[in-house]
Design a protein around this ligand. Sequence first.
Ligand SMILES: Cc1cc2nc3c(=O)[nH]c(=O)nc-3n(C[C@H](O)[C@H](O)[C@H](O)COP(=O)(O)OP(=O)(O)OC[C@H]3O[C@@H](n4cnc5c(N)ncnc54)[C@H](O)[C@@H]3O)c2cc1C
Length: 506
Amino acid sequence: MKYDVVIVGGGAAGSVLASRLAEDTNMSVLLLEAGKDYPDPENLPDEIKYGGTRFAESPDSEHNWALRGTITEEQGEIHVAQGKVIGGGSSINGQAMQRGLPEDFDDWSARGNTEWSYDKVLPFYRKMERDLDIHDDFHGTDGPIPVRRRQSAAPSTIQKAFLDACMKDGYPAVEDTNGPNPTGVGVAPTNNLGGVRMSAALAHLSPMRHRLNLTVRGEVYVQKVLFEGRKAVGVEAISGGEVFQVFADRVVLSAGSIRSPQLLMLSGIGPGTSWNSLASVLRKRRAWDQSLFNHLSAHINYKLALHFGRFGRRNDMLLRTNNVVDEREERVRGIRTRYHTSDVPPERSARLSCTLGRPKGTGFVRLASADASVQPTFNYQYLQHPDDIRRVREGIRMGARLLESDAYKDVIDYRISPTDEILNNDDALDLWIRQTVGTARHVSGTCKMGPDSDPMTVVDQHCRVKGVEGLWVADASVCPHIPRSGGLHPTALMIGERVVDWVAAG
Ligand SMILES: Cc1cc2nc3c(=O)[nH]c(=O)nc-3n(C[C@H](O)[C@H](O)[C@H](O)COP(=O)(O)OP(=O)(O)OC[C@H]3O[C@@H](n4cnc5c(N)ncnc54)[C@H](O)[C@@H]3O)c2cc1C
C-alpha cells in the first residue's frame, strides 16, 4: 500500500501534523513512532498520564531514549532524556508552555524566513491551544491543548518573595508571559490540567484516531529514507525484528532534533556519508554539525529559613527580561524559583535558576555509525562563547542579589552554593558554572531552515529538505535560532501546525 504522507516520529510536532493532515479524509497518513503507542487514553501509564513526577525522564524508563551526550567538558558525558513514546517529548516533559518572544520570530524572518515572522506564527500558536485564562487576539480559545496558569490560590511565601524581590529590583509584574509584551515577572503557563499532562498525543491525536485515513503505528523504528533518484519515495523501518519498506508520495521527518539529522545522514545526506548521487551541495548543508541550539540553566541553591511545605509547582514564577527593561543587548533571560533538593533536607532547600534563553554558542550532532541503532554523538558545547559565560555569571550574581533583598528576609537562611568565595571571583565562578550547569531538553536548529545564501541551512522556509524532492522536516530541528522561551514545546507544536498546509500542497 502506498500512502499520501508518511510521518517519521509521533512526537510533539509529528502528532500535530498527522492529526491535522488526516482532517482531509482524502489524504492517507501513516505515522510511525519508535516508542510505544497508547491508543486508549484510559490505558496510559501513570508516568505519562500524570505530569507531577519525573519518572518518565529517568534513565531506566522505557519511554526515554536515555541518550548520552556532552554538555560541558567539565561534566563529561551525561544522561540526556528524550521522549520515546507516542507524543515524544510532549508525553514526558515538564509542561511549561512558554512561547518565544515576538522578536525571536522577527529575527527568524530577518534571516530570510519571511513565513515565520511573529505575525505569521501567531495564528498557529493560537491554533494549537485553548487558553483557559486569557481570551484575546494573542491566545487561542478553541485549540486542542489546554493552557492555564495555576493562579487559583495566592502565591506561596517563596513565590511571593521572588515576585517582590524582582519588583524591588525594578522589574514590572506581567500578567501574561505569552502575550505581545511578555517582559517582567509573572506566572508561567502550563498544559497540565487537573494533574494530567495534556500532550499532543492526547489532545491532538486521540480525537482523530477513529479516522480510517490515519494509521498510527508504535514500536516501528525507521532507519532510513528511500529515494528514487532525488525523490523521496518512502522509508525503511524495523517492526517486530523484521525490515519493511513503506512507500508514500511525501515523507516528513518529525523524529526530533537529534534523530531527524541522524536519519538524513543515514539516508546519505550530509558530510562523511557515502551516497554520491546527491551533489556535493548537500554535503555542505551541515546545520547539525554547527547549529545545535539548547537552553541551559545554572542554579543557585539556598537553605530555607523555615519549612514552607510543598510550594513547588504552584505559581511557578518566571522573570523574563528583554531589551525593553534591560538596555544591554543580551542578558540572562529568565530567573525562576522552584522546589529543589540538595544536601540540605529537601523540605528546607530551594533554588533560583538562571536560564540562558538565547545562547550564542552552538553545539553539534554527528553520525557515530552507519548502524541506525547506534545513537549519534552530540555535544552542546555550552558556555564556550564568551558572551554566554559572561551572561550566566551576571545572572548568577543577579540572583544572589535578589536573595539578599528584604523580600527574602523571612525565607532564606543562607545561600548553599555558590559560596561567597566562588561568587566573588570570575574564574572560580566560571568554573563552578561549567561544573554545575544543567541542561534543558530543548535541542533545536540541527536541520535549520533558511535561504540558500546560508550554507548551514538544511530545509527551506517551507521545511522542504534542499536538493531533494518529496521530503520535509517538521520538528524543533528546523528552528533557525532557539526562541527565548525557557521551553520549546509550544514552539514545536506551532511548527507542526505551520507546516500542515505546505505538506498537504505537496
Ligand atoms: C524531560 C523533558 C522535559 C521537557 N520539559 C519541557 C517543558 O516543561 N516545556 C517545554 O516547552 N519544553 C519541554 N521539553 C522540550 C519539548 O518537549 C521538546 O522541545 C519537544 O517535544 C520537541 O518536539 P519534536 O517534535 O521536535 O520532537 P519530539 O517530541 O522529541 O518527538 C520526536 C519523536 O520521534 C520519535 N523517533 C525518533 N527517531 C525515530 C525513528 N528513527 N523512527 C521512528 N520514530 C522516531 C521519538 O520517539 C519521538 O516520539 C522537555 C523535553 C524533555 C525530554
